[in-house]
Ligand binder design. Structure first.
Ligand code: G3P
Length: 216
């Protein structure tokens, strides 16, 4: 299972990369705005220097022709850029063209298994079902991931599933249990993956016993 970090914050990416298990980065316009970035090219280049893994950069265009132009421009920023496009008919059209040119596309804002099927047929390298946002409206986000996995398995599609809109370690655990390819995880949740109160308690007890034995 691959772990991406879902952020545009350079410090968070640098820190997560230092843990040794970071496989890529996903960004979106909201995450860019959170960092005060309005023109993303230089920032995407900076992120791409921090990881050899895929870095998803989202196109802002909504019409297929403009998406294709923007996608080509984003892909030229660094060899590890994946162009992120919304799962719309325009996005699918642009995906077909960009994928035909060897550009990796991440079809995002996926909320149904049929959207994911179309993404794979269009040649997307990645598809991003948003599990947290489905949970928010009373649906089961991880069930969507299971359905996409079944469909992709039925036809041996190679599109990788990025479990996105991750809100908690439980999302990551469930994604791992069902065998999803990738989870893209906010920095705070990455930290939570490693934590357990009994681990902290155990470390404190070991330190205290060692100090006692040393006569401190
Ligand atoms: O990867 C998609 C993600 O950034 C969306 O997360 O929490 O805004 O639903 P959220």
């Amino acid at each position: 299972m691959k772990f991406f970090i879902d952020t545009a914050n350079l410090e968070e990416i640098r820190e997560a990369a230092s843990y040794g298990f970071l496989d890529g980065v996903t960004t979106n316009p909201s995450l860019m705005a959170r960092e005060g970035i309005s023109r993303q090219d230089a920032h995407i280049r900076a992120i791409c220097e921090l990881t050899p893994g895929p870095v998803s950069a989202e196109a802002l265009a909504v019409e297929s022709g403009a998406m294709i132009e923007e996608g080509r421009r984003l892909a030229a920023l660094a060899p590890n850029v994946a162009v992120k496009l919304p799962s719309t008919l325009d996005g699918l059209k642009a995906t077909g063209v960009l994928a035909g040119e060897g550009i990796k596309v991440n079809l995002t804002l996926v909320f149904s298994p049929l959207q994911a099927l179309l993404a794979a047929k269009a040649g997307a390298a990645f598809v991003s079902p948003f599990v947290g946002r489905l949970d928010d409206v009373g649906q089961d986000g991880l069930s969507l991931v299971e359905e996409i996995m079944t469909i992709y398995g039925n036809y041996a599609f190679e599109t990788e599933i990025i479990v996105a809109s991750v809100r908690s370690p439980q999302h990551v655990l469930k994604a791992a249990l069902i065998g999803a390819d990738i989870a893209t995880i906010p920095f705070k949740v990455i930290g939570q993956l490693a934590e357990h109160p009994l681990t902290d308690k155990g470390v404190a007890a070991f330190m205290a016993d060692q100090a006692k034995a040393a006569g401190k």
